[in-house]
Design a protein around this ligand. Structure first.
Ligand code: 2AM
Length: 481
């Protein structure tokens, strides 16, 4: 019998995805890896999967029923292009090549265009949830054509995580839409993690709590509106004790955060699109700052506040509750900004992205999975053309209820000298967004003064310039601009 689906690239993500596919009713899975010994290893370790092992790419193509469908799970970049080139040689028009790696969406747009010329379908699919998700059910964000989705949809639905009875996969949009949305997912993940880290830092430094005590706080928070995978694992990380030293695990970990680039891509892309994803940007910058040990050493003697405020033991519970509310409000802003980037990307690249469906497929299988996403899905279901998520009734109410605590926490952090870039910038964004008048008017005045960049008036249409170096009268610009 031939296989209905194949996997190319059998490192951990690829072999786990292949095993997940094989475990589902109706699937027969062909596998191929550049290095044959790895294929043998995977096939021998998992006889229950009944893999068809291919030694060559030709054999792989022959082992697949038509339309052939193959998921590439190799390192993003050159390896992906190399495998696509190989598959295009042995596949036929109507067949489907899926890139399940973490490709940059503009690469996916380029590849889709090139592969389409051969009559073969190319689908860039974001797959979230890491190794565990690949094996037991990831959240999957496929782009590509409707035609490809018709064949691929049922297969991806069979392996995706399930949230409240619904598989966490939807056809996101054409060409690079899936990888774009996966990128934004990772950006939101950066912001969410940084916000949680700032909450921890405040409880530790401003309230003087131990990691174990803070773990207890996160366990409590996980029972309420903050309930999420990231809050849950934060409690576990903070509970962990280092076996070698007996110290809290958190205290033996070098405080320099790494990254693999998707957060940076989100910010770079958002800068190009003109979307203020300030929470995500601060999260990326916070990791960069942490990873500059020589600069940090050079600055380590610089002064902090001479009289930092103390949180007395009788104030502690109120402070903890304020931090919880600040975290919730900031988190709403992070997601609101992420969805802004999705709206702007969809507009720029011509994708019809259903925001509510995106929130739904993030409810399970991926790192940002949380109850909270149901509220986002509901908001977009009620108001599909919502201008900005934070203004949806549910979130507007939540922010109204938490904003005073949010302000107290930022004030306290500033006074105590505890850095909270994501809390602070989210609040600044919120106040900027809701402001009746912004000092952007002054910036426009400055731009007109030094560069004759012109301005618009609040009271009538047209484009104007003031003769700053002349008699300072106003002239109306005509046509040519
Ligand atoms: P390998 O086992 O032959 O190294 C993760 O590195 C996965 O990507 C592995 O399955 C690896 O195959 C595969 N890979 C890396 N570079 C590749 C390339 N240029 N062509 C094909 N597969 C590649």
């Amino acid at each position: 019998a031939k296989a209905n689906i194949g996997v190319v690239g059998l490192a951990v993500m690829g072999s786990n995805l292949a095993r997940n596919l094989a475990s589902r009713e109706g699937n027969k899975v062909a596998v191929y890896n550049r290095t044959w010994s790895r294929t043998e290893e995977v096939v021998e370790a998992h006889p229950e999967a009944g893999f068809i092992a291919a030694k060559t790419i030709e054999e792989f193509a022959q082992s697949l029923s038509t339309p052939r469908t193959a998921i590439i799970m190799v390192k993003a970049g050159k390896a992906t292009d190399a495998v696509i080139d190989q598959l295009v040689e042995v596949f036929e028009p109507g067949d489907i090549i899926v890139d399940g790696g973490n490709a940059l969406f503009t690469d996916t747009i380029r590849r889709e265009k090139a592969v389409r010329e051969t009559g073969i379908n190319f689908v860039g699919a974001g797959i979230s949830g890491g190794e565990e998700g690949a094996l037991n059910g990831p959240s999957i964000m496929p782009g590509g054509s409707e035609e490809a989705w018709h064949t691929l949809g049922p297969i991806l639905k069979s392996i995706a995580a399930v949230a409240e009875g619904e598989p966490c996969v939807t056809h996101v949009g054409t060409d690079g839409a899936g990888h774009f949305v996966k990128m934004i997912h990772n950006g939101i993940e950066y912001a969410d993690m940084q916000l949680i880290a700032e909450a921890y830092d405040l409880l530790r430094k401003a309230a003087g709590m131990t990691p174990a005590e803070i773990a207890g706080v996160f366990e409590e928070w996980n029972k309420g509106e903050l309930e999420s995978y990231l809050i849950e694992i934060t409690a576990e990380v903070l509970r962990q004790v280092d076996a070698a030293t007996g110290k809290p695990f958190i205290d033996i970990v070098l405080d320099q955060a790494g990254s693999k680039g998707t957060g940076v891509w989100t910010v770079q892309t958002s800068l190009d699109l003109g979307v203020p994803v300030s929470g995500i940007a601060e999260a990326v910058f916070a990791r960069s700052l942490s990873a500059h040990p020589r600069q940090r050493a050079a600055a380590s003697d610089l002064p902090g506040p001479s009289a930092p405020p103390a949180v007395s033991s009788s104030d502690r519970d109120a402070f903890i509750e304020d931090v919880r509310q600040a975290l919730y409000a900031s988190k709403i802003i992070a997601y609101s900004q992420g969805f802004d980037a999705i709206i702007a990307g969809a507009e720029e690249y011509g994708w019809d992205i259903k925001k509510g469906d995106i929130a739904k497929i993030w409810r399970a299988g991926c790192i940002i999975r949380a109850q909270f996403l149901n509220r986002i899905a509901e908001s977009y279901a009620e108001h599909p053309d919502l201008e900005v998520l934070v203004a949806a009734p549910y979130f507007a109410e939540a922010v109204s209820r938490t904003q005073e605590a949010w302000r107290r926490v930022v004030i306290h952090a500033v006074a105590a000298g505890v850095p909270t870039p994501a809390f602070s910038s989210s609040l600044a964004y919120y106040d900027g967004l809701r402001a009746e008048r912004l000092p952007a008017a002054l910036v426009q005045g400055q731009r007109d003064f030094f560069g004759a960049h012109t301005y618009k008036r609040v009271d009538r249409d047209g484009t104007f310039h003031t003769l700053w170096s002349g008699d300072r009268s106003e002239v109306e610009e005509t046509g040519s601009h």
